[in-house]
Design a protein around this ligand. Structure first.
Ligand code: PBG
Length: 331
């Protein structure tokens, strides 16, 4: 006699309507944030070769990007500046007329409260050596000297109108330093998003093209070693203690375990950054015809949400928001 299964887990997968009803993980446009590159001294958008579909934008093109993002209903844009001139200490980052601070002003005005304007708070786009901080005499990245620059950068970005500052430099104490500077200036309203568990990753490769940064050496003395999960959790908890409002894990896909562990213990929202290399891998594989582009994008984002991210920075934010608005199921 045949023994019939008692548990029939296929029952809930029978129809699209049932699958939609029992889906545990959903995406919403409000949980997506679009990274945007703004380049000084260009007249028209410049495509980024290693990131098909992504461009650097001229400052005057930014209102149109903001309009598109607002119409898509996404939660915000994360601005990156690509300056024409760089120097050893990244002066352009604290100059109110530096490209990033100008972009923040333009975006904040265009957004008019419809979405959050966020800014990358890091020196690598502004230094000629490409490191995320200033260098000591021996060539190493000087943690505490960098904190002073970050604090001034935080004030400049807050003045320009950024609602959320993305602290991505991985210096010890960066959250506390920026929080103290903002509080002292009466800017207790500014949200600090700490890139807490930011790994020294090959998946940032295409981003270097996007911001035209040529790094001398590597970032292994400040970004996390890919093998260390516990350290990522500790970084997140330390950032919460220092006053972070949101913590982030980056990259996302290769670090879903870290994301889940941080999500399990964090008292503040947890976000993830699906980085340039994760984007490029799917775009290039899809262009070669080896995977279904839309399904792969959807699955990658649902996976990041399932692992515990409440919001996701992704270069597909606007496109995916459109799919969600059309009621398409994503994975
Ligand atoms: C630092 C920063 C980087 C990225 C975001 N912020 C580069 C790095 O740390 O090497 C990478 C983002 C991506 O790859 O999409 N300013």
């Amino acid at each position: 006699m045949t023994a019939y299964p008692v548990r029939r887990l296929r029952r809930l997968r029978h129809s699209p309507a049932l699958r939609r009803l029992v889906a545990e993980t959903r995406l919403h446009p409000a949980q997506l944030v679009l990274p945007v590159f703004v380049k000084e001294d260009i007249d028209a958008p410049q495509p980024i070769a290693s990131m098909p579909g992504v461009s650097q934008h001229p400052l005057h093109g930014l209102p149109a990007v903001v309009e598109e993002a607002a119409a898509a209903g996404i939660g915000g844009i994360m601005l990156f500046g690509v300056p024409t001139h760089r120097d050893a200490v990244g002066s352009g980052a604290i100059d109110p007329d530096g490209i990033l601070n100008r972009a923040i002003r333009v975006a904040a005005e265009a957004a008019a409260g419809r979405l959050t304007v966020q800014a990358d708070l890091c020196l690598d786009e502004f230094t000629d050596h490409g490191h995320c901080g200033v260098l000591a005499a021996d060539g190493s990245v000087d943690n505490d000297a960098t904190l002073e620059v970050y604090a001034r950068m935080a004030l400049a970005q807050a003045d320009a109108g950024a609602a959320i500052l993305g602290l991505s430099g991985m210096m010890d104490g960066q959250v506390a330093a920026c929080r103290a500077a903002l509080d002292a200036a009466g800017r207790t309203d500014v949200v600090l998003l700490a890139y807490s568990a930011k790994y020294a990753s090959a998946f940032y490769g295409p981003f270097r093209d996007a911001v035209e940064s040529t790094l001398q050496g590597d970032r292994r003395t400040y970004q996390l070693d890919p093998g260390n999960g516990r350290e990522g959790v500790q970084e997140a908890l330390a950032d919460v203690d220092e006053g972070a409002d949101i913590v982030m894990v980056k990259p996302a896909g290769p670090y879903l375990d870290v994301l889940a562990e941080v999500a399990a213990v964090s008292p503040v929202p947890v976000w993830a950054y699906q980085v340039s290399g994760e984007y490029a891998m799917i775009e290039h594989a899809a262009a070669s015809g080896v995977i279904d582009r839309e399904r792969a994008i959807g699955e990658s984002l649902v996976g990041i949400r399932r692992a515990g991210a409440e919001a996701i920075l992704t270069y597909w934010a606007i496109e995916v928001a459109g799919w969600l608005r059309d009621g398409r199921s994503l994975a």
